[in-house]
Design a protein around this ligand. Structure first.
Ligand SMILES: CC(C)(COP(=O)(O)OP(=O)(O)OC[C@H]1O[C@@H](n2cnc3c(N)ncnc32)[C@H](O)[C@@H]1OP(=O)(O)O)[C@@H](O)C(=O)NCCC(=O)NCCS
Length: 158
């Protein structure tokens, strides 16, 4: 009999709003995931926001997402600002689960679209976003401090 661990692992992941007690674990994952990580204070500012969610697995933080909605020109624009999964937990559906939940949060806040920036070389993340209906909109030259371009991706919500 073949067994696929992914569905079980996915079922064991719970998504909830981030709390102060989660921040050290969040920052640790951030540091392991990005060459220009957000500092502690950047996450602290989003505490209590409905778009700052963590994924918990077996009592440990497996990943997180930070997103918000801004009002511009009479429209409500959702923005995924940061998402990462612990290196040992990647490829098991945690990122998809976080993205799915935060999309629902942004939609409930009235967002008519969701935008995000991704490094041009970040194929894993781009694949994940495409699966969620994000389309590349434009390239921003030298967006990151090391000179790499960003791809802006957008998903329209119904
Ligand atoms: C991008 C990231 C959040 C995805 O989280 P994850 O939990 O690994 O993603 P999932 O397991 O839900 O995978 C969802 C999809 O993403 C793509 N993907 C994720 N990891 C992948 C990998 N290692 N290789 C290829 N595709 C991958 C696949 O399309 C996958 O769908 P599939 O399982 O149906 O093939 C995670 O890789 C990460 O933390 N990366 C470092 C930080 C980062 O780059 N964040 C995004 C900044 S814009």
């Amino acid at each position: 009999m073949t067994t696929d661990a992914s569905p079980d692992r996915k079922r064991d992941v719970s998504i909830r709003r981030a709390e102060r007690v989660d921040l050290l674990a969040v920052v640790r994952i951030e540091d392991e995931s990005f060459s220009q990580p957000w500092p502690y204070d950047a996450f602290d500012r989003f505490l209590g926001d409905p778009g700052f969610l963590v994924a918990e697995h077996g009592g440990e933080i497996a990943g997180y997402v930070v997103a918000d909605v801004s009002h511009r020109f009479g429209r409500r624009l959702g923005h995924v600002k940061d998402i990462a999964v612990h290196p040992d937990r990647r490829g098991a559906g945690v990122g998809s689960t976080l993205l799915s939940r935060v999309t629902a949060v942004l939609a409930a806040q009235g967002a008519d679209s969701i935008r995000l920036e991704v490094r041009r070389s970040n194929d894993d993340a781009k694949r994940l976003y495409r699966q969620f209906g994000f389309e590349p909109l434009r390239r921003v030259s030298g967006y990151y401090d090391d000179g790499e371009d960003a791809i802006v991706m957008v998903r329209k919500l119904e």
